[in-house]
Design a protein around this ligand. Sequence first.
Ligand code: XIL
Length: 392
Amino acid sequence: MDNNKLLTRRNTLKLCLPALVGMGTAIGANFIGELEPTLALDNPKRSSSLSGNKSLKERAAAKGIIFGSAVRYNDLTSSPGYAKLIARECGILVPEWELKWVCGDKALRPNARDFDFKPADWIADFGRKNKILLRGHTLVWHDSLPKWFEEQANAKNAELLLRTHIKTVMGHYAGKVHSWDVVNEALGWWDRRPDGLRNTPWLKFLGKDYIDLSFRLAAEADPNALLTYNEFGLDYNTPEDEAKRQAVLKLLRYLKSKGTPIHALGIQAHLSAEISTFSQQKFRKFLGEVASLGLKIMITELDVADNKLPLDLRKRDRTVARVYEDYLSAALDEKAVIMVTTWGLSDRYTWLSEFAPRKDRAAVRPLPFDRNLQPKLAWNAIARAFDRAPKR
Ligand code: XIL
């Protein structure tokens, strides 16, 4: 997603938010068992049946894949039911806000000297107590930089700021993190640079090798974590996404040729249910190319925006589910894909209520569980994709 665009939209959207909250629609508690007849009305050929009642994390683990979700401290601490659901379904957690420099009401970096690890520590502890792995997101990004950074950072002090940040944050969790998004969204063909890089403060202050440097610092700070480059807009069979895929491959090849300690590509996968240009073949080919560089692949922020679909709830849920299943079956066919995290687990807590709301103001339904924490067809779709995936 283009966060610049999104963040500008954000203020305009705030006005609609109170109306969106609490507009969720309840789905029966035994939904999973009742899917077939409902679906048959729409597309008799499309099954959503499942065997057993295992959680997503168990189904994924049976194939050597890790499944989990982004979580926010505020949601986990305010809803025990949600925390229970997260513990049941997730094998890995990634703080949605708490490990960014600043995000929402959380500031890991309140100023140039200090670090506030409390909310992220709480999530890490919750994970440890429930035997759930931890991901780190994200160290180097143009977005979510504090105001003080904009005011104080310059070409002279940027390297020290970067070093201190990576060393301190990764050092704090060293040995406890499965994987870190070291650099996020560094590409932007729209900035028209020959190297495809996006104009970010880091690029401006440190030049193009800020990416290589970030990975080297990360490898020093925690030699056990899988170091990931994370990017969006890689999914569809459109000229824009094709340009992004080519730019990613170019960047990854460049980093590999320099001996940069990079271990994985993170594919955000913020999908839109109304877009019909997904090509399993094209996407699968791209994954193969990434894998041939000796890199692992993680689907890091999966969700399916339903804001442009018709209001009809069953139709919406069916379409969203279909998108999940088609996408994941292509992705999981590549054995280098070792992890899938959705960007939230329940429609009650999704960034899309704010960033991609519906014009009719109905609550959005982009995630596997509804606002009442009941599984939807999207849950079946993800489960089916895991059940069918080849073993790693
Ligand atoms: C988003 C969060 O979900 C929002 O709550 C926050 O306000 C802005 O950031 N790509 C990323 C994520 O890498 O960090 C973004 O998360 C979504 C797009």
